[in-house]
Write a protein that binds this ligand. Structure first.
Ligand code: TXA
Ligand code: MG
Length: 325
């Protein structure tokens, strides 16, 4: 299959992308978090093409992207008032709500589970596509199974060309980390995947505490430990550990750091990140992807602060790397 490159600044290309989705194709699309691999959520053949292109196991459910909260009732039942409070506060935006699914929903989407993940994305290109197609689209991150999620159209093209109908370029993703997943299918609201909307932001809106378990008894099939992986070994180090290790550094090692105090110890090949959480998250996957493409043999990464704000970054880093001790 020849993968077309489409650009969201062209209205012809936008219509072409919409037509492909309407005809059961798979198109990589920009969202505010990461690029997604989109297909018509009501078309089982189209959905199975997503799994094929990603090499993703069939029991990993897909998030369905909807145009606004009025579509919730089509996909979910027994919707608690909290869902609407959170939609009001954070949609369109990087928050996925897990709700009990309507009986007619294909088990291809839910991986055989009784719940469905729904989100109203904030990217104008994605919203325009939902409007043009009049569809809801299922979309996992547009990476091969277990690899880094892409934040640019080029990265999608480089890893999935030949396997999907098109890549729609909408520029680099602003947020850079996948949405927060909040389980609202039972009494206790529970964060199953930390993300850009923090547990305390959610708790503030709901006026009740939100659970953020380290280990889940509710299965999130995509929460396998080794996930979001660069193809090179990555060691996660505290600032002090990184300083100490630098004496033993060999040629193929590149450092990814953010502390100003380390600057004088680093070389031009090393990558300096922002100390601001939002800017750090935005460039994280892209930086790691570039390191994958470089001659580096291993990555030493300075762990950012372990405050609530950085929880999503820590979650992804812990899956992508290993610790010194
Ligand atoms: O920001 C995002 O959420 C991006 C963009 C493209 O929207 N999407 C994304 O999808 O990260 P994906 O499939 O790469 O990750 C979704 C995670 C997976 O780990 C999946 O197993 C889990 O959500 N998930 C989806 N539906 C679920 C459900 N009903 N129950 C439990 N886990 C679910
Ligand atoms: Mg993913």
């Amino acid at each position: 299959m020849k993968t077309k490159k489409l650009n969201s600044t062209s209205s012809t290309d936008m219509v072409a992308a919409a037509n492909m989705l309407n005809k059961g194709g798979v198109v990589a699309v920009p969202t505010e978090t990461v690029y997604g691999l989109a297909a018509n959520a009501a078309d089982e053949d189209a959905l199975s093409k997503i799994f094929e292109a990603k090499g993703r196991p069939a029991n990993h459910p897909l998030i369905v992207h909807i145009a606004d909260a009025s579509h919730l009732t089509h996909w979910a039942r027994d919707i608690p008032p909290q869902a609407y409070q959170l939609a009001e506060a954070f949609w369109p935006g990087p928050l996925t709500l897990l709700l009990n699914k309507q009986p007619h929903i294909s088990s291809i989407i839910t991986g055989g589970l009784d719940t469905i993940g729904l989100r109203n994305p904030a990217h104008p290109v994605m919203l325009e596509l939902l409007h043009l197609t009049q569809l809801a689209v299922a979309a996992p991150s547009a990476n091969p199974y277990k690899k880094l999620s892409p934040t640019t159209a080029d990265q999608v093209f480089e890893t999935l060309a030949g396997k999907i109908d098109a890549v729609l370029d909408g520029g680099p993703c602003e947020v850079g980390i996948e949405s927060t997943i909040l389980d609202l299918s039972s009494e206790q609201p529970t964060v199953l995947r930390p993300g850009p909307i923090t547990a305390s932001q959610i708790a503030n809106v709901l006026g009740t505490p939100v659970a953020v378990p380290e280990n889940h008894d509710v299965a999130v099939p995509g929460n396998v430990e080794a996930h979001y992986q660069p193809s090179k070994p990555m060691l996660l180090l505290s600032t002090e550990q990184l300083k100490d290790q630098l004496a033993n550094r060999s040629d193929g090692t590149v450092c990814v750091y953010y502390s100003a105090e380390l600057k004088d110890l680093m070389t031009d090949e090393d990558e300096v990140m922002s100390a601001d959480k939002v800017a750090y998250a935005q460039s994280l996957y892209h930086t790691l992807y570039q390191m994958d493409q470089s001659a580096a043999q291993c990555i030493w990464l300075e762990l950012p602060p372990s405050t609530d704000e950085w929880r999503d970054v820590h979650d992804r880093l812990n899956r992508a790397g290993s610790r010194l001790i």
